[in-house]
Design a protein around this ligand. Structure first.
Ligand code: URP
Ligand code: ZN
Length: 456
C-alpha cells in the first residue's frame, strides 16, 4: 500500500458530489484532493482503478463515546480500537465528548481528554459537555471556542443524578452559546420523570431489560423536545437534538424547522433498524439493546424512516458506546446495566442497505447524512465533501449482500447488535488523508495517527 505523502490517481470513479454523480478521475496530492477531471493522466503516480464504482466522502460520525468512563468501567472501545472500527466502516472523522467532573474547569477537562487520545487513526474533534451551571462557566465556554476550537456544547436532560441539567440551566447555556455562535447539542429525555418511573419499577421488582424501555416511554423524549423548541424560539440558539428516537419528536422538530427555527436532528441506525421486540430476545442478546433512548415501537421506527426521507433529519450518528458482555452482565437489574451499543463500523452499510439500495434515497442524500451535514453544522474545515482542496478522505463503495458478522469487525465490543443484519453494500476501499487504509476486507496495521480538528 502507498502512503499519504505520495500522489494517488483514482481512475474511472463515480464521484458522489454534493448535488450530482460525476464520472471522472480524481488526483490526490499531499493528503488533499488536488484535481477532478474527466480524464487525468499523471506520471510517477500510484493509480487505483475504481472500475466505475461509487466513491463517497469519508464518513463523519458526530456522536461517539470512546473510552467513556462509567461505574461499570470504560466503554469497550478506546480511541485505537474505535477508530479502527470506524475506518473499516468508512468513517474517517468523528466527534467524541469531553465530560468534566463537577466543578472542574472546562479547559482543564479538555487537556485531560486530549491526553486520553492514544493511537487514534481517525481525525477527531470534541463536543464539550456542560454538566452544571456555575460561576465562571460562561468565560470557560468562551475559552473553549476561542482557545480549543470547540464550538459545540453537549447537555443532558437525562441522568439527573450525575451529568444532567435542568431546563433553566439549559436556557442559560443556550443564551451563552448564542452569543458565541456555537451549537448546543441535547440528549432530550425528561430526566426527573424517568427517575421516578425507574424508582417505581425497582420498588415493584420489575428488573428485566424490558423495564429499561418501559421506564423511558416515548413521551419522555417528545415532551423534552417540546420544551426545547420553546427555548430555541426564545434564545435563537443553534440547537441539535442527538439520537432522536420517536416519530412524534421528529414531527415536532419538522414543525419547528418550518417556522425556520435553527433546530437540527440526528438519529442513529438502531432507531430505524430495530423495534421494541428486541427486548423479548433471550439473554444475553437483549442486553445489547440497553441504551438510552431505548429502541421504540414499529410505528416509531417507520416514523424515523419517513423523516429521514423527508429531510427532517440532518445527520446520522451512532452514539457508538459498546460494552462487553461481561460488563453488561454485571448488572443485577436493568438500572445497573451500562447503557450503550456499538455501530461505528456498521453505520454506512446499514444506512445504505435500508435507504439507497432500494432507491428510497440517492447516494447524494447518503453523503449528506453521513458526512456533509455534520461537517457543515459542526464546522469541520475541508471535510465532508469530494471537492478540490478538501481532505482526501474517501470511500470506494461496493454492492455486496452479506451478514454484518460475515466481515471482519474491529470493535472490542462483543455484543454486536447488528451481527445478523443482512447488508447490501459495504466499504471496498477506504482512503484516509490520501492513503489507502482498508482494502480487501482488511485494515492496514501500521496506521498513521489522526489529527485533532480545531473548529472555527
Ligand atoms: O445509551 C447510551 N446512549 N449511552 C451512551 C451515553 C449517552 O447517553 O449518550
Ligand atoms: Zn451519546
Amino acid at each position: 500500500m502507498q502512503n499519504s505523502s505520495m500522489k494517488l490517481l483514482i481512475k474511472n470513479a463515480k464521484l458522489v458530489l454534493a448535488e450530482k454523480i460525476l464520472e471522472a478521475d480524481l488526483l490526490i496530492d499531499e493528503g488533499k484532493i488536488a484535481k477532478i477531471d474527466t480524464q487525468i493522466n499523471a506520471t510517477n503516480t500510484a493509480v487505483l482503478n475504481a472500475h466505475g464504482k461509487y466513491i463517497l466522502p469519508g464518513g463523519i460520525d458526530p456522536h461517539v463515546h470512546l473510552a467513556l468512563s462509567t461505574p461499570n468501567g470504560f466503554s469497550a472501545d478506546d480511541f485505537e480500537t474505535g477508530s479502527r472500527a470506524a475506518l473499516a466502516g468508512g468513517t474517517t472523522t468523528f466527534i467524541d465528548f469531553i465530560t468534566p467532573k463537577k466543578g472542574q474547569n472546562l479547559i482543564e477537562a479538555y487537556h485531560q481528554r486530549l491526553a486520553e487520545v492514544k493511537l487514534c487513526a481517525c481525525d477527531y474533534a470534541f463536543h464539550m459537555s456542560i454538566i452544571e451551571w456555575r460561576k465562571g462557566i460562561q468565560e470557560e465556554m468562551e475559552a473553549c471556542v476561542k482557545e480549543c476550537g470547540i464550538n459545540s456544547f453537549k447537555t443532558y436532560l437525562a441522568y439527573q443524578e450525575t451529568i444532567g441539567i435542568q431546563f433553566d440551566e439549559l436556557e442559560k447555556v443556550m443564551q451563552v452559546a448564542k452569543l458565541l455562535n456555537a451549537m448546543v447539542t441535547i440528549h432530550a429525555e425528561m430526566g426527573d420523570t424517568i427517575d421516578q418511573l425507574r424508582t417505581k419499577a425497582l420498588k415493584y421488582k420489575q428488573v428485566d431489560s424490558i423495564y429499561h424501555a418501559k421506564t423511558r416511554p416515548d413521551y419522555t423524549e417528545y415532551q423534552a423536545i417540546e420544551k426545547i423548541i420553546e427555548l430555541v424560539r426564545k434564545t435563537k440558539c443553534r440547537t441539535y437534538i442527538v439520537h432522536v428516537s420517536t416519530a412524534e419528536s421528529l414531527n415536532k422538530i419538522a414543525q419547528a424547522q418550518n417556522e425556520k427555527l435553527p433546530i437540527f436532528a440526528e438519529t442513529c441506525p438502531q432507531y430505524f433498524t430495530f423495534n421494541a421486540s428486541v427486548y423479548q430476545k433471550a439473554d444475553p442478546e437483549n442486553l445489547g439493546f440497553i441504551m438510552s433512548p431505548p429502541i421504540r415501537t414499529e410505528e416509531n421506527r417507520l416514523g424515523i424512516e419517513k423523516h429521514i426521507s423527508l429531510g427532517t433529519v440532518s445527520t446520522l450518528g451512532t452514539d457508538h458506546c459498546p460494552f462487553t458482555l461481561a460488563q453488561k452482565q454485571k448488572g443485577t437489574n436493568f438500572a445497573e446495566i451500562p447503557n450503550g451499543a456499538g455501530g461505528i463500523q456498521e453505520r454506512l452499510s446499514i444506512f445504505y442497505s435500508r435507504f439507497v439500495h432500494n432507491k428510497q434515497l440517492t447516494f447524494n442524500a447518503m453523503a449528506s447524512l453521513i458526512a456533509k451535514n455534520a461537517a457543515a453544522l459542526f464546522q469541520l474545515p475541508n471535510k465532508g465533501e469530494i471537492a478540490v482542496g478538501f481532505d482526501a478522505d474517501l470511500v470506494v463503495w461496493e454492492e455486496k449482500a452479506q451478514k454484518v458478522k460475515d466481515q471482519k469487525l474491529y470493535s472490542s465490543g462483543d455484543l454486536i447488535i447488528y451481527a445478523n443484519e443482512i447488508i447490501q453494500g459495504k466499504t471496498d476501499i477506504v482512503i484516509k488523508n490520501g492513503e489507502i487504509v482498508y482494502q480487501n476486507g482488511i485494515l492496514k496495521t501500521d496506521l498513521a495517527g489522526g489529527r485533532y480538528i480545531f473548529r472555527k
